[in-house]
Design a binder for this molecule. Structure first.
Ligand SMILES: Cc1cc2nc3c(=O)[nH]c(=O)nc-3n(C[C@H](O)[C@H](O)[C@H](O)COP(=O)(O)OP(=O)(O)OC[C@H]3O[C@@H](n4cnc5c(N)ncnc54)[C@H](O)[C@@H]3O)c2cc1C
Ligand code: SF4
Ligand code: SF4
Length: 943
């Protein structure tokens, strides 16, 4: 068995990208600055810059990349979503991103099995399973962002592991590519069966491993972790257990192998029935020592999840914000399922409410701060879990210098000793004078320990190294636990793996690694490595506000389309804050953001990636856009043009003139972006022959109309005759409000996206001055709402205070109407019945307005409201983005179109005239597209 060192010769490193492009084509291989920068991080504390990135789309791409790596000795690191906390998805050679392999290849509902590709997001997978009443059991708290390939390679687990086990317990088969050049179908075979003998004969590394396992079975058995979950080392224990039962359980070997033995291209997963009803209890304990006994009492009720947060964690994330009492020493989240209709008495058929009664009775035995909060509504439960799932990145908000550092983050002890572990850790960190958050899956005895440190400070660095060795050692010797329950070894725990298992077993691990990867090209530095855990720590990044958790990627519409880190929110943060960043070396990606603000809305650490990108664009404002905005800034020149186009639209908005227009405009639009176009078949909004302000001239400020309520109509409602402005005015009037149309300028969103900040600021100043005198400022456009609410960001001192006062008075029309006593028509036979769904515009979500539009729709007579899947995802129109990059904008819309269709709605409502353009263009009359104000107005008319 050879073990040649992984040597990357300089002449080879320079040509890696070129070599791979020759094999795989130009689109799947990148090695430019933004790509290698984006891929140099995952959610760990490390940074390793790769030489090139391959985005594999087929098994052939995987095979070709592995063959290249083996023949050249260039290391290869498989990657899925890059959300691991251990540095296992970064590497110095080639990153092999399998994230574009996102298909469900087979779904067998009867047998509860699915054959899937490694790039499929867990959440997307579960969405597809939901209609069949099924789901995949293991669910890491990173479920929104992680992918199945990473979950398999990490043997991930999560809150529901208590019920369903970790990934290794839910895998039927895996297909993976080996460095021998062969594809291996790793499944469970009968020991001695001809099929298993043939497989071993065909794959010498497998035969060698099996022989080692048989030979050293006693040693393996004796070193098997005695806790409920383990993801450290190679799972030779699973193989021995299998052999003891007469089976060769091959998936057990590869699940949790962290890309060090082969590259996974497929897996057949076992599915579970989705619970029909669940409830979550939030229990606040006054004394930590009570928690252990309470868990012991609750476990017989077979909870699906039991999660703990210690007092310090609650302090760090802010008790008040989460409604946690000041005297809570620990909080327990307990989730139960049950049959809502059952009447039986055994636990499997006990109605959920009876289980909850038992929970309450158990809780009465303990010294709680208050009665437990029980949530049965999905929304309420999600609220309770939201804080828990985003704990780690939320800790990034706490201190600009001290960051949550994962180096002892995943220990496991027997579940009944977790309170004792928390006590030990509290004392340990107190002694070190280090703030620490301790939370985790208490039902499994799995604690996540996240100290807050400034690792560039000597004291803190020393505390980290000391803690690493001392805590791991104590967990192993005093508690009989494991150093890793679910996050994997990666770069962080590799150093401790030999200490945990002992040199003898570790030698076996090394032999297994050498059998499968003699050239050490598969993810070197990970799992089987003696490199100290302090190597590759990214001190620069740890001083930045982003936790690199990847949560923003899960909502970034551009990432959704491209599935590559260089085209993602997290990647863009990394790129635009990297030392070597220049607009010109990263223009491709800096211009790709649609400015939907979804990243900012979701980021638990409070980072606004979109704003950073806009700041970078402002260093190179787009000249054509600047000229257009300057023209628009002269209404006496711009408005006659709009009106002329509106009056003649029936003449030019036809196939032939539009084709001519598309050609004629093409060279000009290329000055906006290489990708810009106005396709002949794009459905355009109806331009206004008479602008809104002209149609309602008696309401304008210029005509002397005055009152307490202003309607900030913005550009779209003024220039387009799409019914929005008329409807907003009509519904306000029906509520006895004669709105004033105040003097106003563009709220600035489109101008900001092209980098013309001076103009945005001047307009913001104008609008603040103009709107200052009103009591309420009503909007009908999502982007105007957000821009006005955000306007304080442009100012300092007195001006800022004035802008804040204006921002506080801004209300979207849906909020205004929900605050009134709507005297709508009744749900009589005269009202046509329709099913309505809602597309929640990104900027309105960013402005915090999500519930009023939905509540309003639910109140309308004749309307059956259905919530569509992905309602809160960007539709891709994004103001002028639809013109700037029409093709990407349509790819973004594909998801929305499918969701609208699947909802079965006849009408899709939205709160933004800009979104209406994309919805009308995308749906092409398949469903009606209406602004929420139009639907409300119609309900009045039906009265
Ligand atoms: C906020 C937060 C919460 C988390 N909570 C949990 C939790 O509750 N439980 C938990 O287990 N983890 C958790 N994690 C860690 C991580 O998200 C999970 O382990 C996740 O399953 C990793 O998936 P990924 O797609 O991001 O994989 P990646 O990070 O991309 O990769 C992980 C490993 O898989 C390997 N790999 C990826 N694809 C392949 C492939 N095709 N073939 C072979 N190897 C491959 C990589 O080389 C790497 O070693 C959390 C992370 C964060 C940021
Ligand atoms: S910007 Fe926020 S959500 Fe995105 S990776 Fe950073 S911390 Fe996570
Ligand atoms: S604004 Fe939207 S497109 Fe831009 S980074 Fe954020 S989520 Fe992605």
């Amino acid at each position: 068995m050879s073990a040649s060192p992984a040597l990357i010769l300089p002449e080879k490193t320079r040509s890696i990208g070129n070599d791979l492009r020759r094999v795989l084509g130009p689109d799947k291989v990148r090695d430019d600055f933004p790509t290698i920068t984006a891929y140099s991080v995952d959610a760990s504390i490390y940074k390793v810059v790769p030489k090139a990135v391959v985005t594999a789309e087929t098994e052939d791409d995987i095979a070709a990349t592995v063959a290249y790596a083996v023949s050249t000795g260039v290391p290869i690191t498989p990657r899925a979503a890059g959300t691991n906390l251990t540095g296992s998805a970064v590497g110095e050679g080639i990153i092999l991103d399998c994230g574009r392999m996102t298909r469900i290849l087979e779904l067998n509902v009867a047998e509860r099995r699915a054959r899937v590709q490694p790039g499929l997001h867990l959440t997307e997978f579960n969405k597809k399973l939901e209609p069949h009443g099924l789901m995949f059991g293991p669910d890491p708290s990173s479920r929104d962002m992680c992918k199945l390939g990473g979950m398999l390679a990490n043997n991930s687990a999560g809150p529901h592991t208590l019920r369903y086990g970790s990934v290794k317990d839910n895998v039927h088969a895996i297909r993976l590519h080996l460095t021998t050049g062969a594809w291996l179908a790793a499944e469970v075979l009968a020991d001695g069966d001809p099929a298993s003998s043939a497989l071993l004969a065909a794959h010498p590394p497998l035969a060698e491993t099996l022989a080692l396992v048989r030979q050293h079975a006693a040693l393996i058995r004796s070193r098997k972790p005695k806790v409920s979950k383990n993801s450290t080392g190679y799972n030779l224990f699973g193989l021995v257990d299998g052999l003891d039962q007469g089976i060769v359980d091959l998936p057990k070997l590869f699940v949790g192998s962290e890309g060090t033995l082969g590259v996974i291209s497929e897996a057949t997963l076992t599915l579970v029935e989705k619970p029909r009803a669940t409830a979550t209890a939030l229990i606040h304990f006054r004394h930590l020592e009570d928690v252990g006994q309470a868990v012991f009492d609750l476990l017989p009720l077979t909870p699906m999840a039991l999660e703990i947060m210690d007092a310090n964690t609650l302090n760090l994330i802010g008790r008040a914000a989460h409604g946690v009492p000041a005297d809570a020493a620990a909080t327990l989240l307990a989730e139960f399922d049950g049959d809502p209709s059952a009447v039986g008495t055994d636990l499997k058929s006990v109605p959920l409410h009876a289980i909850l009664d038992r929970v309450k009775a158990i809780c009465r035995k303990y010294r709680l701060c208050q009665d437990p909060t029980i949530a049965v509504e999905k929304e309420h439960q999600e609220q309770l879990w939201k804080a828990r799932n985003a704990l780690y990145p939320t800790l990034y908000r706490y201190d600009a210098r001290k960051k949550p550092i994962n180096y002892v983050d995943d220990v496991v002890v027997p579940a009944d000793r977790i309170a004792e572990l928390v006590q030990y850790l509290s004392t340990f960190f107190k002694h070190q004078d280090v703030n620490v958050a301790i939370f985790g899956h208490i039902g499994n005895g799995n604690a996540h320990i996240v100290p807050l440190l400034d690792v560039s400070d000597q004291h803190d660095f020393k505390a980290m190294v000391e803690g690493y060795h001392e805590i791991h050692q104590t967990v192993v010797t005093r508690f009989g636990g494991s150093i890793c329950g679910e996050h994997g070894d990666g770069r962080v725990r590799a150093e401790f793996v030999p200490k945990y298992f002992g040199e003898e077993l570790y030698a076996l691990f090394k032999q297994v690694k050498a059998a499968f990867d003699p050239g050490r090209v598969l993810n070197p530095g990970v799992k089987i490595s003696t490199t100290p855990f302090t190597e590759h720590i990214d001190y620069v990044r740890l001083s930045k506000p982003c936790a690199t958790c990847g949560k923003c990627n899960s909502v970034c519409p551009v990432y959704d389309v491209f599935q590559s880190e260089d085209m993602s929110s997290r990647g863009w943060f990394e790129i635009v804050t990297a030392p070597g960043y220049e607009y010109l070396n990263s223009k491709r990606v800096v211009e790709a953001c649609v400015n939907c603000k979804s990243c900012r809305t979701i980021c638990p650490a409070g980072v606004d990636v979109s704003d950073l990108i806009l700041q970078r664009r402002a260093e190179h404002p787009n000249k054509l856009a600047g000229a257009i905005f300057a023209w628009q800034g002269r209404p006496w020149l711009f408005e006659p043009f709009i009106k002329l186009m509106g009056r003649t639209q029936t003449l030019w908005d036809r196939p032939l003139p539009r084709k001519i227009m598309q050609r004629a405009l093409s060279p000009l639009l290329r000055l906006l972006a290489k990708t810009a176009k106005l396709p002949a078949d794009m459905v355009l909004p109806r331009l206004a022959p008479r602008l809104l302000r002209e149609r309602y001239t008696d309401l304008t400020e210029e005509r002397g109309h005055h009152g307490p309520v202003a309607y900030f109509h913005g550009c779209a409602a003024n220039y387009f005759q799409d019914g929005v402005g008329d409807a907003v005015i009509a519904v306000l009037r029906k509520n006895g409000i004669e709105p004033v149309l105040p003097r106003q300028k563009c709220s600035g969103t489109p101008i900001e996206t092209y980098g013309h900040m001076d103009r945005v600021k001047a307009y913001a100043r104008f609008n603040v001055e103009s709107l200052n005198r009103y009591e309420t400022i009503v909007t009908g456009c999502a982007s105007c709402t957000l821009a006005l609410k955000d306007s304080p960001k442009w100012f300092q001192g007195e001006e800022r205070r004035k802008a804040e006062a204006v921002a506080a008075k801004v209300k979207h029309i849906s909020e205004v109407l929900m605050g009134t006593d709507l005297l709508l028509g009744t749900d009589s036979k005269s009202v046509p019945k329709k099913t309505v769904t809602y597309h929640s515009s990104c900027h309105l979500r960013a402005a915090g307005v999500t519930k009023p539009p939905r509540d309003l729709l639910k109140r309308l007579p004749g309307v059956t409201y259905v919530e569509m899947r992905d309602a809160d995802r960007c539709a891709g129109g994004a103001g002028t983005f639809i013109v700037k990059d029409y093709d990407t904008s349509q790819k973004i819309f594909d998801r929305k179109r499918a969701a609208i269709k699947d909802s079965g709605a006849q009408v899709v409502a939205t709160s933004c005239p800009a979104c209406m353009i994309q919805l009308k263009n995308g749906m092409r009359g398949e469903v009606e597209v209406r602004h929420i104000a139009e639907l409300v107005n119609e309900a009045y008319e039906k009265k």
